[in-house]
Write a new protein. Structure first.
Length: 518
């Protein structure tokens, strides 16, 4: 009888094992294999997600450090403090500017220039006939700008002017109604990305195509506003933010980490409490983090800055702001949150002008603030771009922003883009610093703002969580047609209000996000 197949398999297996284990004295006889415990190779550990040391505040030198100081002022109950960055080289004498000729020429031709920029060759005959021919910049002005470009950024600063040196204030004429629309590019983000794709202009590139929403809440589920945020990549690349009144912040990894790390550590702290989470790209659209922070129990605080292009073509917009400031302040004061408000003003022109940047630090004295605003006159300029970069830099870094539990807003009013050819401060770096300090930019495009200006203003507003505001008219291409709802800008689905009411609305909506005290 032939052996069964199973027996043959067992004998063959025994022979193979004995050949391998001769030192144990095995034979091919009837020896049985002694049963024993099964031995399995130790499994390799599963890779852990990258871990980072608990971030230190401030960050150690070996790692990326923020390019700003955290807001820390405690109050604004002070007189207005004014600082100027001059627009000309010290000792330069420019008779054309001193006489007001160049600035007057730019101001008188402003409406024609705006019509020409928004609709080339289509300005109406009556508007063209009403405006004198634009004057060319005098040689001295051009020479001054070239000299300043060579001089670089080492311009001295003026001491605050003496009270008696302020120009005489003239009665403000009644201003025509100014209407404006607003769009939220973060609310309709896909439309914003399409706008960026079809708008080919010179700008400072920051990739915001991929974004994540950070939401910070306390253990009771209430939002934690004004919490400090540090987002760090394994490479050491980092960005900073502060949560807004709703406890939120938009995070754009590609804007600060072009290498494209897969995982980021997100650390959040406030009032000595700290929490950490991880952002894994492509998994979720946001990061939720619970921070054991006590709810705010104090009165709302608002730091509100008007950042204004004060060149010759901005006379109408500046006049309207002068006339409506008190009503804006009164309506803000009556909001349900009854905010403790500080006002700041930063005006700018361009190189070769009387001043490059003139900033008035925060004050709670509305009468004094109205006085410095009344003293501001539209003048100078020359070429189309202006010193917005320098002004934004001073707004973010030089003003005395208050510390914890403050809502910080900048209303930028301009009809031209920044000079991108000057070197020195750049708006993209300072919009990132603004997010790190919890400052939202609400950019207002005045009449004549071209595609480049619109693109840059919307960049700054979207990145910091603000909105893009634009003046509207009865006829889109004709600012002289009066208030209306039409615009030349690349926007849709917008509402229209008077500009002063719209500013109050934006402030109101920000403060309404704050958690209830108690």
């Amino acid at each position: 009888m032939n052996p069964r197949p199973s027996h043959l398999f067992q004998r063959s297996l025994a022979a193979l094992l004995c050949a391998q284990l001769l030192l144990a004295g095995c034979s091919t006889g009837a020896t049985e294999i002694a049963p024993g415990p099964t031995r399995w190779p130790t499994p390799a550990p599963q890779p852990e997600p990258p871990r980072f040391p608990t971030p230190q505040w401030p960050a150690p030198v070996a790692r990326a450090a923020p390019n700003f100081e955290a807001p820390s002022a405690t109050h604004c109950a002070r007189p207005v403090q004014t600082t100027e960055t001059p627009g000309r080289i010290a000792g330069q004498r420019d008779e054309a500017f001193a006489a007001g000729g160049y600035g007057a020429a730019r101001s008188s031709s402003a409406r024609e220039e705006r019509a020409r920029r928004t609709a080339p060759g289509e300005a109406s005959a009556d508007v063209a006939a009403a405006m004198p021919a634009p004057a060319s910049p005098p040689p001295l002005a051009r020479a001054g700008k070239e000299a300043l470009a060579a001089e670089g950024e080492a311009a001295p600063r003026f001491a605050p002017p003496a009270p008696g040196a302020q120009p005489m204030q003239r009665p403000r004429p009644p201003q025509e109604i100014v209407t404006a629309g607003v769009v939220d590019d973060n609310a309709d983000f896909s439309a914003y990305l399409q706008f960026r794709q079809r708008t080919q202009v010179v700008h400072r590139a920051r990739d915001v195509s991929e974004r994540y929403l950070l939401q910070v809440r306390n253990t009771r589920g209430a939002p934690v506003p004004d919490a400090e945020v540090a987002v760090q990549a394994p490479s050491g690349a980092a960005m900073w933010a502060r949560t807004d009144a709703a406890g939120q912040a938009w995070l754009h990894p590609n804007a600060f980490d072009p290498s494209g790390s897969a995982v980021y550590e997100v650390a959040v702290r406030k009032n000595g409490r700290q929490g950490t989470s991880f952002l894994r790209r492509g998994q979720k659209s946001g990061v939720d983090l619970v921070l054991d922070a006590a709810p705010a129990g104090q009165r709302a605080r608002l730091d509100l800055v008007f950042l204004i292009d004060a060149t010759g073509s901005m006379g109408d917009e500046i006049g309207k702001l002068k006339a409506s400031l008190r009503s804006i302040a009164a309506e803000v004061a009556r909001l349900p949150s009854r905010p403790d408000t500080c006002f700041g003003l930063v005006a700018y022109r361009d190189r070769g002008d009387e001043f490059l940047v003139r900033r008035h630090d925060f004050t709670s004295d509305l009468g004094a603030f109205q006085s410095v605003l009344d003293a501001l006159q539209a003048n100078g300029g020359g070429d189309y771009p202006e010193a917005m970069n320098e002004a934004l830099n001073e707004t973010v870094h030089r003003l005395s922003w208050r510390g914890n539990d403050t809502t910080r807003m900048v209303v930028l009013l301009a009809d031209a883009p920044p000079h991108l050819d000057y070197g020195g401060p750049q708006y993209d770096e300072d919009m990132m610093a603004a997010l790190g300090k919890g400052i939202k930019l609400f950019s207002v495009g005045a009449s004549g703002l071209d595609k480049q200006g619109e693109y840059i203003q919307r960049q700054m507003a979207q990145y910091t969580g603000g909105r893009f505001v634009f003046l509207t008219y009865r006829e889109a291409t004709n600012p002289a047609s009066g208030p209306g709802r039409e615009t030349v800008h690349d926007v849709s689905n917008y509402s229209v209000q008077t500009l002063d009411r719209l500013i109050v609305r934006l402030v109101s909506e920000e403060l309404a996000k704050l958690p209830k005290a108690g």
